[in-house]
Design a protein around this ligand. Structure first.
Ligand SMILES: Cc1ncc(COP(=O)(O)O)c(C=O)c1O
Length: 413
């Protein structure tokens, strides 16, 4: 089944709403002819997209399998049980909740399960790569909880463990959050567990980024260490946009009640079914090979960017994610992102461990799904630097990107 068929099923959409059909097909063309180097994005499989676009989207299903508010849930109950069982098996977790609508919803539910408004929480500061839900004043987290931020060493870019321990001792938080939108290295979950135990805090791992690598065995798992693991299903994991929570049996009831009825009502059963499909895919040897290749590709890309003169945070990566300062090439992060987008290299800006300047955040999940390997990633790194230096003109770079994506279509056929 080709993805075009899924998007514009039997031309129904084109016949009824050509304006919207043009937007969907235009977006497919954009995703197929530019390089998706955002660390947060990937290409879900046609099977995942088929589940998302299925009649399960019509079904209301408040509650949990076997205990629904609505009638007619026999089949969606089976889909949700399948998703839960596959998630538990994939991550070796006693309990999984697959209903959170997003990564942020999963974090909200984790806080709701463990905390009361006004509680103190220790998390990576936003200027060092903490997520909005880790205490931003613009987010519920910063409004309802008293967040204390730890940081990274300005020189090495690595988490400042001494600071984590000292802040935990002095603030006695109710919970410690480990997880980031931009940290390129593996987290030492055993260290965070030790500190949490020392001060009597819950440990919440927000593994939105690395969870797909964990599924493929290419990153350490937070499951044995954290009280609650929050995750997204749409990054390296390659599932539908959505969230998930993993925990031990003793917190299962609190977590479930925190998702429904505390923070959400009807689950999106099409997304739940699509998560089941993605967990099934992630359990295969092919996905393990994919996860390893994602990291190998990121290492090559990081090394090329460093060789071209960008300041790569922490000197490299253990994961799918790289952050780098383009300033040594004479361009700031925001300008660089715009210039690269014009050339067909799509990526994000991010905070840097030193100073106020914005850097670049890149990831290799999507291009690896397309089948690109070390040689292509090395060339992408060189092309990126040529564009920033002005050594490659935008039109020429765009043509090269088109040629490359033509050889590695995200949805062949
Ligand atoms: C660490 C972390 N937590 C939470 C989220 C939130 O996920 P969502 O955008 O699905 O709400 C993200 C998303 O990038 C993330 O990186």
């Amino acid at each position: 089944m080709s993805v075009t068929h899924t998007l514009v099923e039997a031309d129904v959409l084109r016949g009824q709403d050509p304006e919207l059909a043009d937007i969907l097909l235009g977006e497919l063309a954009r995703q197929s002819t530019t390089l998706q180097l955002s660390a947060a994005e990937n290409y879900a499989s046609p099977a995942v997209l088929a589940a998302l676009g299925s009649p399960l989207a019509n079904k209301y299903a408040e509650g949990y399998p076997g205990a629904r508010y609505h009638g007619g849930c026999e089949l969606v109950d089976i889909a949700e049980r399948l998703a839960v069982d596959r998630a538990r098996a994939l991550f070796g977790a006693a309990h999984a909740n697959v209903q959170p609508h997003s990564g942020s919803s999963a974090v909200l539910a984790a806080y709701a399960a463990l905390l009361r408004p006004g509680d103190t929480v220790l998390a990576l500061g936003l200027s060092y790569g903490g997520h909005l839900t880790h205490g931003s004043p613009a987010n519920f987290s910063g409004r309802w909880f008293d967040f204390v931020g730890y940081g990274v060493d300005a020189e090495t870019g690595l988490i400042d463990r001494d600071q984590v321990r000292a802040l935990a001792r002095s603030h006695r938080p109710k919970a410690i959050v480990c997880g980031s939108i931009a940290y390129p290295r593996h987290l030492d979950y055993a260290f965070f567990r030790e500190v949490a135990d020392e001060v009597g805090a819950y440990l919440i791992a927000d593994a939105a980024h690395p969870i797909g690598l964990v599924a493929g065995g290419a990153a350490p798992s937070p499951v044995p260490y954290a009280d609650v693991v929050c995750a997204t299903t749409h990054k390296v994991l390659r599932g539908p946009r959505g969230g998930m929570i993993l925990c031990g049996a003793e917190l299962a009831g609190r977590v479930d009640r925190a998702v429904f009825p505390f923070t959400q009502a009807g689950a999106q059963m099409n997304a739940v079914a699509a998560k089941a499909v993605a967990f099934g895919e992630a359990a295969t040897p092919a996905f393990a090979a994919y996860a390893r290749q994602v990291v190998a590709n990121a290492r090559v890309l990081a090394a090329r960017l460093a060789a071209e003169g960008l300041a790569v945070t922490t000197g490299g990566t253990d994961t799918h994610l790289i952050t780098a300062d383009p300033a040594p090439l004479g361009v700031d992060g925001r300008t660089a992102r715009g210039r690269l987008a014009a050339a067909g290299l799509v990526l994000d800006c991010c905070a840097l461990p030193h100073g106020d300047a914005r850097g670049l955040r890149l990831g290799t999940a999507a291009v690896t799904t397309q089948g690109m390997r070390e040689a292509e990633l090395d060339r992408i790194g060189a092309l990126l630097a040529e564009v920033l230096r002005g050594a490659a003109d935008t039109v020429g770079a765009r043509a090269e990107v088109r040629e490359l994506t033509g050889r590695f279509p995200p949805y062949p056929g």
